[in-house]
Every structure is written in C-alpha cells, then in structure tokens.
Write a protein that binds this ligand. Structure first.
Ligand code: HPA
Length: 244
C-alpha cells in the first residue's frame, strides 16, 4: 500500500516528515500543484502533496485537481488521506475540531472534474454511494481512538466554489441540506481519486464557524489561529494512522 497525504491550508509542509526525496511531474492534464515529496512519518514511507502549492498560492477553484490525482496514481499511490480546512456548521463542529466526513454534497462548478470525458471507449459512471473509503475512514477513526484524539467520526461535507466565504443564507441552506462542514477543495478531488480506483478519505479541520453561526465577520486572523491548533491535532492523527 502506498499512502499519500494531500495537505490543505495550514498544512503546506509536515515538520515531522523525514524527507527522502521529491519529484516534479507533468501529466496529460498539466502540472500538479507542487512537487511530490517522499518522506517517512513514524517509520512509514509516504508521498506528500501541497494542494495549494508550496508556497501556498493556488486558490481552491484554480487547483488542477486532475493533475494532482493523476500524478499520485503515476507514483503508485493506492490510498490518499486528504487534509482540508473547513467551516463548521453543525453544533459539534467548533473551531479547531476535527471530523472524518462520511458524505458530501458538491456545490462547486466549472471545475475540470472527470478523467472520463474524451476518447472514451464506453461511458463510465463510477459508483459514489460512499464517497470516502469506509476502510480508510475506519483506520483513521481507530487511530484517533487509540491516540485519544477527540474527533467526530462522520459528517456531511459541502463543497462550495470559493474563493469567497459564504453568506449567512448560503450557510442556512447548507445546514438545511444536511451539511455539517463547508469547504472549497473536497471536490472533485474525492471523485477523481475514485475514478482512478484509489482509496480516499478526508480529515476536516475546522477553521471557523460558518457565516452567521456566531455574530460578526470571519477574519483570516481567526482562521489562522484555529488552524494552528487544529492542524497540530491533524498531524498527531496522521502519525497515529500510519502506525495501523
Ligand atoms: N467556508 C468554506 N471553506 C472554508 C471555510 C468556510 O467558512 N473555512 C475554511 N474553509
């Protein structure tokens, strides 16, 4: 099993990763966000990719999701743990909390979202009933329990287009739709991984309450503060997960 970690906002590098090498790849879909970094955490070899580039410079709607996922497949990756900053919607999803979503709703648009578009021998519809790999999710949940890291073991992730944050009415609508979390990068990353038959799970790190859930504007300072705490927990969780 070759494991990859895709790091999001607040996780451009993993300081606990012993770096063994790195590789620049090109793909039929263009360039991935950054070089793929090979390293070891807790003795386990893995591949790391900074979703927004290193340094962080690519906004969610401009990420070349197809290139990123294609590159991982070329490297022989079979499982992907994607870490993502999100806004919290349901009451348990307070800032700096961590959740392992089990469902998603895609509200993004205009993104290159499939490998199955051109030169098809037959039209392919992947099954996406369970958008995240149940086995990989269970490993992460088990690791959290083993390491005593408090998480929410499920939830529905709503993927908005960004890069702006949402309005109060949009967050109310997402809540009515059943979304517990809102982020901008969860799709099409998850479905592209499924198209290439790689197991994929998401660790969501709550950066802020969704718009209107608490009074006042959402500031970048608040997001950065919460992500610092949340991403340290996410790294501890990754370290525990690679042991299983
Ligand atoms: N909305 C969407 N994406 C996000 C948010 C948010 O409030 N916070 C961090 N990523």
């Amino acid at each position: 099993m070759t494991l990859a970690i895709i790091g999001g906002t607040g996780l451009t590098q993993i300081s606990d990763l012993t770096i063994i090498g790195q590789k620049t790849l090109d793909t039929p879909f263009g360039a991935p966000s950054a070089d793929y970094v090979f390293g070891k955490i807790n003795g386990r070899q893995l591949v790391f990719l900074a979703r927004h580039g290193n340094p962080h410079r690519i906004p969610p709607h401009k990420i070349n999701y197809r290139a990123n996922i294609w590159g991982l497949k070329q490297l022989g990756v079979t499982e992907i743990i994607a870490v993502a900053a999100v806004g919290g919607i349901s009451s348990a999803m307070a800032p700096a909390h961590i959740a392992i979503p089990d469902q998603l709703i895609d509200y993004s648009y205009g993104r290159e979202h499939t490998f199955f578009a051109d030169d098809l021998e037959h039209v392919t519809h992947i099954d996406f009933t369970e958008p995240y790999s149940p086995d990989l999710r269970q490993r992460i949940i088990q690791a959290a329990n083993d390491a005593g890291i408090a998480i929410t073991a499920n939830g529905t992730y709503g993927c908005t287009q960004g890069p702006r944050l949402e309005t109060v009415a949009e967050i109310k609508r997402l809540a009515q739709d059943g979304c517990d979390l809102v982020g901008m990068t969860g799709m099409p990353e998850a479905s592209l991984a499924r198209e290439l038959e790689m197991a994929y799970a998401n660790i969501s790190v709550v950066a802020n309450w969704g718009a209107g859930i608490v009074a006042g504007e959402i500031t970048m300072a608040e997001i950065e503060r919460n992500l610092e705490i949340g991403m340290n927990k996410a790294i501890a969780l990754l370290k525990a997960t690679v042991l299983l």
